[in-house]
Design a protein around this ligand. Structure first.
Ligand code: ARG
Length: 465
């Protein structure tokens, strides 16, 4: 609901004879999106009013009326019967105007020693801080699901790829744990960003601070911040906390998108490594056999929105002189959309990964083809026959060519055929040509051997408990 009037703005219109042009109002107003900050705005205002009373700037009775009135506004908004007004521009002035209607004169004292500049900076920080917490929680849930997958499949053998060509056998658990490491770094990026953003801009006022004897430590503490920001110009001017959130979100989206792409490939008819549950697939309206991995595809695509939001806000902020400029009102929609997108993608990925069925026979068959143990053969020649690796590589290459010509795999070659490539090859080499021996041999720290994977699983189970 809007109540567009042609009079000047009730909040700042003292020097204006007429109201804004309708198009001016349309470009200027942010209420259509910044209403999402209502809870943070009311929380910030209540902390501010309590501080104004504690420092003797407001009377206790005025501050109480304000505090109570703000709670009424909060419940009206939450009940969905709040008359949002475009003429009142943004959430800050909508709330204040409603407060005035509810409690009268004391409402006009709330804005003492404060400006919308520090108000919006505070509200938005509170909102982004909540989103960083939500991202940390969601990432933890996803990591737990991936660790559980890794534990189940610590010794399921699958092809490891480079260039999407079969490279060497790896374990399913190893592959899952690779993503656990990536998402763990994403989580720590949100944790770092949260720590840095946890300083309070409130009390910076318009830009220069205020002559009123405010207590910025009190409001900072009331709002859960570690301390007030130390420079009022910085307090109202910077949005690096939002940029950090978007940067962390963009990197996390890249990781989600890569895993999503693997799910698309793995669930294809050509691979059949995994099957998505009914809950996470869709059918085709024309091709009855289809089972489409839509959620994975959409996660893969959504990186565009998150990255786009980051680029948009970086572009808004670059080149802005200190202190506040209205440009900065453009921060919110980008961050809102990126945060919504990220949370949805994280939830969908967590659901898909926990419901995933893995076709271990398919994995193993694929791991056993494509000469995946050629490196093991070359390593054997180095280890057992003392060949330089380059020569061993060459000998193995000739055996791959021979197997390819015969249409078989390396373990299918006869001992004579092996010996024709190099006389040092003996019966014993067959043991390293099997995929299970191959993965079991990769015991280097962080390697794909089931023992190594189980050690990493145990480490993460401890960390995530
Ligand atoms: N809606 C504005 C924003 O989001 C609030 C701050 C307005 N400050 C000002 N000086 N006009 O940035």
């Amino acid at each position: 609901m809007t109540d567009d009037t042609n009079s000047s703005n009730a909040m700042w219109g003292g020097r204006f004879a007429a109201g804004p042009d309708a198009i001016m109002e349309a470009i200027n107003a942010s209420i259509s999106f910044d209403k999402r900050l209502y809870a943070q705005d009311i929380r910030g205002s209540r902390a501010h009013a309590a501080m104004l009373a504690a420092t003797g700037i407001l009377t206790n009775s005025d501050a109480e009326a304000i505090g109570e009135g703000l709670l009424t506004v909060l419940s009206e908004i939450e009940a969905g019967d709040f008359p949002f007004s475009t003429a009142l521009e943004d959430i800050h002035m909508n709330v204040e105007a409603r407060l005035k209607a509810l409690i009268g004169e004391p409402a006009g004292r709330l804005h003492t020693a404060r400006s919308r500049n520090d108000q919006v900076a505070t509200d938005f920080r509170l909102w982004v801080r909540d989103q960083a917490d939500a991202a940390i929680t969601s990432l933890t849930a996803l990591m737990k699901v991936l660790v559980a997958q890794a534990e189940k499949g610590a010794d399921w053998v699958m092809p490891g790829f480079t260039h999407l060509q079969t490279a060497q056998p790896v374990t399913w658990g190893h592959h899952m744990m690779a993503y656990v490491e990536m998402f763990a770094r994403d989580r720590s990026r949100f944790e770092d960003a949260r720590k840095r953003m946890n300083e309070c801009p409130l009390g910076s006022a318009a830009l220069a601070g205020t002559g009123f004897p405010i207590d910025r430590h009190m409001t900072a503490q009331a709002l859960g911040f570690d301390r007030p920001m130390a420079n009022s110009l910085d307090g109202v001017s910077d949005r690096d906390f939002a940029l950090e959130f978007l940067s962390a979100a963009a990197i996390c989206s890249v990781h989600l998108s890569r895993l999503a792409e693997e799910l698309v490939i793995w669930s294809s008819a050509q691979f059949r490594f995994v099957a998505m549950s009914d809950k996470w697939s869709t059918g085709s309206s024309i091709m009855p056999q289809k089972r489409n991995p839509d959620a994975a595809e959409l996660i893969r695509a959504k990186i565009g929105r998150v990255l786009g939001a980051a680029v948009a806000l970086f572009t808004v902020m670059k080149g802005l002189p200190l202190a506040y400029s209205k440009d900065m009102q453009e921060d919110k929609e980008q961050v809102f959309d990126a945060a919504d997108t990220l949370m949805l993608a994280l939830a969908a990925m967590t659901g898909m990964m926990s419901d995933l069925t893995v076709n271990t026979a398919k994995l193993e068959a694929a791991a056993s083809s494509g000469f995946s143990t050629a490196t093991d053969l070359a390593d054997w020649l180095v280890r057992e026959a003392g060949l330089p690796f380059r020569e061993a590589h060459h000998v193995t290459g000739s055996l791959v060519a021979l197997a390819e010509k015969k249409g078989c795999d390396l373990p299918d070659l006869s001992l004579e055929e092996l010996k024709s490539a190099h006389p040092a090859l003996t019966e014993a080499v067959y043991s390293v040509l099997g995929v299970h021996n191959s993965v079991a041999s990769r015991q280097s720290y962080g390697g794909t051997a089931p023992d190594q994977v189980r050690a990493q699983v145990a480490r993460w189970q401890g960390l995530l408990a």
